[in-house]
Design a protein around this ligand. Structure first.
Ligand code: NAD
Ligand code: DAU
Length: 350
């Protein structure tokens, strides 16, 4: 089988791992990485595969109503894995419209382009929408989990925009028969994570002896999944998931932010040759995030039972590997923090 697969947001954190997995695992597929290269898009995430014959980069914005249908006509994509999004909750609080535009309008523009290009001939076609557990709202400290049947209850502009995009995906399935599949995943961590998010921000700050900002009391709980395990789940669901279905993906690794940061400080002390307890002195409690969801926890038993996926790494091992990656890839981090990464496209493609 030859596929012409459009992956959106492939220059971002998770997208780059998905692109690498598909380019290397499926040499018969043509992989088109479409990305607008916002501040979060970094082609330095993909330098190792940039010259692979089945990899193609397209700089485009998913909200572009002319360009997106034209690209479907030009390349004849028969599958879509849609990851492009505005992804940072704090940014959604200061600029909700950017999230509305990309996450809601952009997703609908892609759905519509796929529907029009495939013209009701859906044999061998698939539109896979990558979503988040944040659409389900927040859990109490009561041992419950988000399942695929949990009622949507988003609280931030980010999660509201992702919830809305999920609804549009289901509406295109119900109304036009578009073959879709959705997954809702918990917090990812690993290599190439943009250092505005808790783990890479903290690694960078600890390394540079800067304060580690903990929102509120640090009691909020997240369920952490190693990014390569998410990429493997996407591969499994894209190829074997059922049309119209939703699959929750999670690591079963619940950590409060404060416990997580203490664990990270221990690892950093060890790897940087610091005395135990030195990095933890950088912990600084700051004003809480507005509308801060208390706890996320995913029940991924449907995916495990029906499609046979399971996470490969426990959190402490994954966190250790992640710290190693950041310490061994200082140039990547330096290019992100200095802004040099944004010049890569001009150098490589112009
Ligand atoms: P990211 O912010 O690292 O990357 C997003 C990518 O999308 C960037 O490369 C950016 O340039 C691109 N992009 C943004 N707006 C665009 C537009 N208008 N047109 C084309 N490209 C655009 O995000 P991420 O953390 O890799 O998340 C990827 C997807 O996975 C998102 O849909 C997110 O909601 C979802 N998700 C993320 C997590 C997580 O923990 N990071 C967990 C569950 C689900
Ligand atoms: O649950 C999946 C979601 O995980 C994804 O859909 C989002 O795209 C992704 O960004 C992530 O959202 P979070 O808001 O959970 O991630 P973030 O790294 O921003 O924050 C993790 C927790 O740490 C959260 O409780 C807020 C807290 N935090 C975050 C930052 C950046 C701090 O205490 N201090 C910080 O400086």
């Amino acid at each position: 089988m030859t596929r012409k697969l459009l992956i959106t947001g492939g220059a971002g954190f998770i997208g780059s791992h998905v692109v690498r997995l598909f380019v290397t695992k499926y040499p018969d597929y043509q992989i088109y990485n479409l990305d607008a290269l916002t501040y979060a898009g970094n082609l330095e995430n993909l330098t190792d595969i940039a010259d692979t014959p089945n990899y193609h980069f397209i700089k485009a914005d998913i909200t572009d109503e002319q360009a997106i249908p034209a690209l479907f006509a030009q390349y004849g994509f028969d599958g879509v894995i849609h990851l492009a999004a505005e992804s940072h909750v704090d940014r959604s609080i200061s600029d909700p419209f950017a999230f509305l535009r990309t996450n809601v309008f952009g997703t609908t523009n892609l759905l519509n382009a796929a529907k029009n290009a495939w013209k009701g001939n859906f044999e061998g076609k698939r539109f896979y929408h990558v979503s988040t557990d944040e659409v389900y709202g927040a859990l109490a400290f009561d041992g419950t989990f988000f399942t695929e049947n949990t009622k949507y209850d988003p609280h931030s502009p980010y999660s509201a925009s992702k919830a809305s995009s999920d609804h549009f995906v289901r509406a295109y399935n119900d109304t036009y028969g578009l073959p879709v599949v959705i997954s809702n995943c918990s917090n990812n961590y690993g290599a190439n994570h943009f250092p505005e998010k808790l783990i890479p921000l903290s690694i960078n700050n600890i390394k540079n002896n800067r304060p580690i900002p903990i929102y509120g009391k640090g009691e909020n709980v997240r369920d952490w999944l190693f990014v390569n395990d998410h990429a493997r789940a996407i591969d499994t669901i894209f190829h074997t998931g059922k049309n119209g279905e939703t699959y929750n993906i999670g690591g079963n690794n619940e950590w409060s932010n404060l416990d997580l940061i203490h664990k990270l400080c221990e690892i950093m002390d060890r790897k940087l040759g610091r005395a135990p307890g030195v990095s933890a002195k950088l912990i600084t409690f700051v004003k809480d995030r507005a509308g801060h969801d208390l706890r996320y926890a995913i029940d991924s038993s449907k995916l495990q039972r029906e499609l046979g996926w399971k996470p490969s790494l426990q959190f402490e091992e994954g966190l250790d590997k992640t710290v190693d990656w950041y310490l061994q890839n200082e140039a990547w981090l330096e290019h992100v923090t200095s802004g040099a990464y944004q010049k890569y496209y001009e150098k490589q493609y112009k």
